[in-house]
Design a protein around this ligand. Structure first.
Ligand code: MLC
Ligand code: AMP
Length: 496
């Protein structure tokens, strides 16, 4: 069969349960059949979508993956978009990537249709696509482009990270090997499906292995804890904010409930944390509560996963371990030299088959992000007794909140539209639950008063919920250097 390996492998587990949800279960064979139907519907009269961009706006679960595989089997590039984004965020992603079709479930189709009509983009409501009419599908070679994920960074607008099928396969194989995924695994899926953590680490690794995924439409803490207590899972993957929320929930539970839930966590074979720094204190609290030693790993949309504590061996709080299989990592010092010694900091640079192809339609940004064939992550690290430890980011304009990467510049651009804001600087301040809290420091026009609650209300509908400032400081002027440029370290020091 001329299929992509991820999809061909489903034939090894035809009757196994791929998705188990409260109301339905779906086998791997159903995934193959449904994705063929959706591919056929997408193709219409064509033989191959030839890398047309298809946006995906379907909640996590069977239908999401069937649509994802359908796009790939038809030869398209999948662009997953955030279910809770604002209309202007959707518009940016659809126009920047030149999407021709949006695949959505009935509810999301209704929401996005007015925008699509304005943009001249077709909406395909997957709930209207019936089964049974699959046609011959094109052969897809691994060097074809497969996916675009929008990522925020040091530019005010997000950039589309393009990965090929070969990149995706390399990212999956690395994790399946390192963390010993198998068909016996059962994993909950509650992370957003427009980022690699949910798409690759949870869903694609599980499906590669013949494992079972239990999807939740959102992070529904109580529903998840009920299933943990039923011993529903062997594996658990989450961002640090979720572990903080789980600790709070366990501490608030009755002794009896806590013991039952902790038992479920303790019996899992592996619990992973990543996407943002896991404070050593949270790592230690989790071990004290459940007996589980979290495995912390480091990754990025552009590279997949790069560094990981070991599955067997020491899992060190505060550290991210060693390079994963197939990944090469080096540290580049500020003076341009390659770091060869321990305890000397440098920028993490990554090379390997999992590293992305380029940023969509941004040749300059793509060229700048590589140092030869090494990808420049913009994260600083140091090697300490054999393990890497992340020290922070080179850019103060990148904020990580709840595991989401946010651009301070994008939030500043939105805030400057506020009728009372003359100038602003957005920073991330350390926060126990969210890792960093989006914080706005503003100068108002004619010193008009401005309250956080009012600002937050104004932001809703303009910025996704996690980009809305959590803290606000109104000042008479922003700290500037001798050149008149706002200096963010000085802005941060206003809070000390
Ligand atoms: C939401 N809220 C926030 C917030 N996000 N407050 C502060 N900071 C934030 N970042 C507020 C909302 O306004 C709301 O307030 C309340 O919290 C509940 O909102 P919610 O959206 O329902 O929250 P919840 O479901 O609890 O979400 C928390 C979360 C979510 C941690 C589950 O943020 C999440 O799924 N994060 C994961 C993101 C992710 O997958 N990142 C990976 C990127 S890939 P109110 O007042 O209305 O109650 C990557 C590479 C790699 O990084 O290495 O993996
Ligand atoms: P994203 O661009 O959303 O894929 O986020 C990638 C960024 O998340 C990285 O560049 C790091 O800054 C951060 N990150 C991911 N995992 C970790 C970790 N374990 N510790 C610290 N930072 C992390």
């Amino acid at each position: 069969m001329n299929e992509l390996t991820l999809i061909a492998r489903a034939t090894l587990h035809r009757d196994a349960v791929a998705f188990r949800a409260a109301k339905s279960t779906h086998s791997y064979q159903e995934l193959l059949d449904r994705s063929a139907d959706l591919a056929t519907a997408l193709l219409g009269e064509e033989d191959d979508l030839k890398e047309a961009r298809v946006a995906l706006l379907v909640p996590a679960g069977f239908e999401y993956v069937a649509a994802q595989w359908g796009i790939w089997r038809a030869g398209g590039i999948k662009l997953p978009i955030c279910l809770s984004a604002t209309e202007s965020e959707w518009e940016y992603a659809l126009t920047d990537s030149g999407v021709s079709v949006v695949m959505a479930d009935a509810a999301m189709a209704a929401k996005i249709r007015p925008l699509c009509e304005r943009l001249g983009v077709r909406v395909m409501d997957v709930s209207e696509i019936r089964s049974g009419s699959a046609k011959a599908l094109p052969e897809i070679f691994p060097d074809r482009r497969a996916m675009i994920l929008y990522t925020s960074g040091t530019t005010s607008k997000p950039k589309g990270v393009v990965t090929t099928h070969a990149n995706i396969q390399a990212q999956i194989e690395s994790l399946v090997e390192a963390w010993e995924w198998s068909a016996a695994d059962r994993v909950p899926l509650f992370l957003p499906m427009h980022h690699i953590h949910g798409i690759i680490n949870v869903t694609s690794c599980a499906l590669w292995s013949g494992a079972t995924i239990e999807p939740f439409e959102r992070f529904d803490l109580n529903a998840i804890l009920r299933r943990v207590r039923d011993d529903a899972y062997t594996l658990f993957m989450a961002v640090p904010t979720i572990y903080v929320k789980l600790i709070q929930a366990l501490e608030a539970a009755s002794t009896e409930d806590r013991a039952a839930i902790v038992g479920g966590f303790a019996r899992m074979r592996l619990m992973v944390s990543g996407s943002a720094a896991l404070p050593a204190s949270v790592h230690e609290q989790w071990t004290a509560l459940t007996g589980q030693k979290l495995l912390e790993r480091y990754g990025m949309t552009e590279i997949g996963m790069g560094l990981s504590n070991p599955y067997h061996g020491e899992r060190r709080p505060g550290a991210v371990g060693r390079p994963l299989p197939g990944v090469e990592v080096r540290l580049k010092a500020e003076d341009g030299g390659i770091v060869t010694d321990e305890n000397v900091p440098g920028e993490i640079q990554v090379r390997g088959p999992g590293v992305f192809r380029d940023y969509w339609n941004r040749p300059e940004a793509s060229a700048e992000s590589f140092d030869g064939d090494w990808f420049r992550t913009g994260d600083m690290a140091v090697l300490e007794t054999g393990y890497y430890r992340i020290m922070g980011r080179l850019s103060v304009d990148i904020i990580k909140s709840g595991g989401y990467k946010l651009s301070a510049l994008e939030i500043e651009a939105a805030l400057l539209e506020h009728p009372l804001i003359a100038e602003c600087a957005v920073i991330g301040l350390s926060d126990e639950t969210w890792g960093e809290a989006v914080t706005a420091v503003v100068v108002t026009k004619e010193h008009a008063p401005l309250e956080l609650a009012g600002l937050r209300d104004w932001c809703k509908g303009r910025l996704s919920v996690y980009k809305v400032p959590q803290r606000l400081l109104v000042v008479n002027e922003l700290p500037r250097n001798a050149m008149g440029k706002v200096t963010k370290p000085a802005v941060k020091s206003l809070f000390l």
